[in-house]
Ligand binder design. Structure first.
Ligand code: ZN
Length: 287
């Protein structure tokens, strides 16, 4: 990924190394987790990995600069899409979310969380939360990729939840409604693909191997893959418990968004209209 043409967003806050208050102990398991759904879908503690993460001062790793640039491209792309009348959005102004980088644990408008929940978006405070050490788990433990573009895809997916919030799609998912959750999550992957399509046109940031890296991660965090990993790799695939979509459909959703760049209200609404079978949406969506 080449972000040399990307603008730096001012909506990124680096809280790594800061202690979360309110009795939250970094790295401890079983903490209060009150995030209102919309997680990236990977609770690594359930997979027997993660935990025991280090907190300290922010490493001098320029990660915040990387994050600012990724968010900068997201702001540019979505500002344009919201202003585009042909998309038929109910609002024309894109209000950008914040991105908070943290380590270990963090307090949010949705409650306190620790790193094991993976990256997530909190609609109550319009903020994305990310502990970058997640990507080491994603690559080493889950078989995904920690390449920059794959990380950017994950941030673009969380940003997709913010777009859904602005457009009203997240209201369609009630608590515990797993089928609707799959629709919303696959739509977020699709929105990440839409960002890649338009971001490439504006900033020429994709380099050989980048798309493959993002797809590798999308596949690694498919519900069926994650279910199989539980119980030491002997977990059963149960479509009734899917919340984020299968590996195959997560890849298909990102790819369809990347190819078409179509973020129109009509296209996005289709995610809630097509049929669903065995935990998968009708593939007609991705053609
Ligand atoms: Zn998500």
């Amino acid at each position: 990924m080449d972000l040399s043409q990307a603008p730096e967003s001012s909506n990124v806050e680096d809280r790594r190394g800061m202690k979360a208050t309110g009795g939250l102990v970094a790295g401890g398991g079983g903490l209060l987790i009150l995030i209102v759904g919309l997680l990236f879908g990977v609770d690594v503690s359930k997979l027997g990995i993660g935990g025991g993460r280090q907190t300290g001062p922010p490493p001098n790793d320029k990660y915040d600069v990387f994050a600012r640039k990724v968010v900068g491209t997201l702001e540019a792309v979505w500002t344009k899409e919201f202003a585009n009348k042909r998309n038929g959005y109910p609002v024309a102004k894109y209000e950008a979310p914040e991105l908070v980088l943290f380590s270990g644990g963090v307090n949010t408008g949705c409650g306190a969380a620790d790193s094991n929940v993976g990256p997530f978006y909190c609609p109550a405070d319009d903020t994305m939360y990310l502990d970058p050490t997640f990507f080491q788990d994603l690559e080493k433990q889950l078989g995904g990729s920690a390449a920059e573009f794959s990380q950017a895809y994950v941030i673009a997916h969380e940003n997709g939840h913010h777009v859904q919030n602005l457009l009203g799609f997240n209201k369609r998912v009630g608590r515990g409604d797993k089928q609707a959750s799959v629709r919303l999550e696959l739509q977020a992957d699709y929105l990440a693909g839409v960002w890649a399509h338009h971001g490439q046109k504006q900033f020429n940031f994709i380099r050989p191997g980048d798309i493959e890296a993002a797809l590798k991660s999308a596949e690694a965090i498919g519900d069926d893959r994650l279910q199989r990993r539980q119980g030491g790799g002997r977990g059963r695939v149960n479509p009734g418990e899917f919340t984020h979509g299968t590996a195959r459909q997560r890849v298909a959703a990102f790819t369809a968004g990347y190819k078409s760049g179509d973020a129109s209200m009509g296209k996005l609404t289709r995610f809630f209209e097509v049929g669903m079978r065995d935990g998968e949406l009708d593939d007609i969506l991705f053609r």
